[in-house]
Design a protein around this ligand. Structure first.
Ligand SMILES: [Ca+2]
Length: 379
């Protein structure tokens, strides 16, 4: 028999799936500062010929007049309303005059571009692109570079310090720190789980079969599977033959839904976890609108939306990876099941150590973290 302690919070949520990318200015010192290419172009990073400690971008223009170029998608858009000029450093190995086109795409307005010429053999030269000269404004999320556009002569060029004048922000900073306590359970009254705070979800969600994810257990509302003792919620998975709803299962456990829903805020859950084959403790959230049989908000008339359109934020799961690797994930219509929006991390002895597993969900961020490190942010 394994004892473990967990809670689950159900909340409403909305979703977007933009993964963290890169922000201006770009000096190629960060691993994410990579340009994507199309056509015959290639991109690489290398030391500057004039300063081996400075990493710069190497842009190769292929031997074809076919469409080719380079682009990078930005986490934080270029804002032409506050700064209209973008500068960069350009380096060529040959004495010829070259054109550099800076194109801004995926923005508030249509795509815009400025082309300038330069000859800069074996020296770094500053190029300036003033988008106010073409009356451009608004925010743009993609920066595209074309070198010698339409020219069939191959060449290798270096670029560094692409700068729109903005101040970089720490992409790992939590933008809103929530500190007003609005709901909690410290599990300080021994006995049954507080029914004003918690709903036992026991009705199988797939009639005649059971639960999703190949779960072998029945979830029950019996004290043997969930109870409060010595300041802890205990959720107990047991090997026992149990018949319910016409289904015979060889294991039992408990699944609790909070009777509290919210949009934005922070959830902290302090817990110890079980270890061993077959255990899969989870602290997770589902949209309040999920139309899942027997789920608390479904029984209250809010179930309108199927998974994954209802959204799901998994604060902590254990058992999907190596022992002591807890994971976090977000499921949306664009990525669910084996979602790409997941991360795992080894932490120390999840069985004997309490760790705090957290979600910090602001209008612009959804951070999933534990007391050791931040795991995943979808902005
Ligand atoms: Ca650099």
């Amino acid at each position: 028999m394994t004892n473990y302690y967990l809670t689950s919070i159900i909340l409403s949520l909305f979703f977007s799936t933009t993964l963290a990318a890169q922000q201006m200015p770009i000096d190629f010192s960060e691993s994410a500062e990579n340009f994507s290419v199309w056509g015959l172009s290639t991109f690489a990073k290398r030391p500057s010929p004039t300063d081996s400690s400075n990493i710069v971008g190497e842009f190769f223009h292929g031997a074809s007049a076919a469409e080719q170029g380079y682009f990078i998608d930005l986490t934080r858009p270029i804002d032409l309303n506050s700064q209209s000029t973008i500068t960069l450093l350009f380096y060529a190995f040959d004495p010829n005059t070259h054109t550099v086109t800076l194109k801004l795409e995926r923005g508030d307005n249509g795509n815009i571009q400025i082309t300038n010429s330069i000859s800069s053999q074996t020296t770094w030269s500053t190029m300036s692109f003033d988008f106010s000269t073409i009356g451009a404004s608004g925010n743009y999320n993609r920066l595209t570079i074309l070198i010698d556009n339409g020219n069939a002569t191959p060449g290798t060029f270096l670029i560094d310090s692409i700068d729109d004048g903005s101040t970089p922000t720490n992409p790992n900073a939590i933008d809103v720190v929530y500190s007003d306590l609005v709901w909690s359970d410290e599990f300080d009254v021994d006995g049954a789980v507080n029914p004003t705070q918690w709903h036992h979800q026991t009705q199988v969600i797939i009639p005649g079969q059971g639960w999703a994810n190949g779960e072998l257990q029945h979830y029950t509302n019996r004290l043997v599977n969930s109870f409060v003792e010595n300041g802890n919620l205990h959720i107990v998975a047991k090997r026992e033959t149990h018949v319910d709803q016409g289904l015979t299962k060889e294991f039992t456990s408990a699944r609790l839904n909070s009777k509290f829903a919210f949009t934005y805020g922070r959830v902290d859950v302090k817990a110890k976890l079980p270890l061993g084959n077959g255990t899969w403790p989870a602290i997770w959230t589902l949209g309040k609108n999920i139309n899942e049989r027997g789920a608390y908000w479904q029984t209250q008339g809010f179930g309108t939306t199927s998974w994954p359109a209802c959204g799901e934020i998994d604060i902590m799961e254990h058992g999907l990876h190596a022992p002591n690797h807890t994971s976090s994930a977000i499921h949306t219509t664009s990525s669910s099941g084996s979602t790409v929006n997941s991360a795992s991390q080894e932490i120390s002895d999840v069985v004997n150590n309490y760790h705090v597993y957290s979600l910090n969900w602001s209008p612009n961020q959804r951070w999933l973290k534990n007391d050791i490190a931040k795991l995943l942010n979808l902005s």
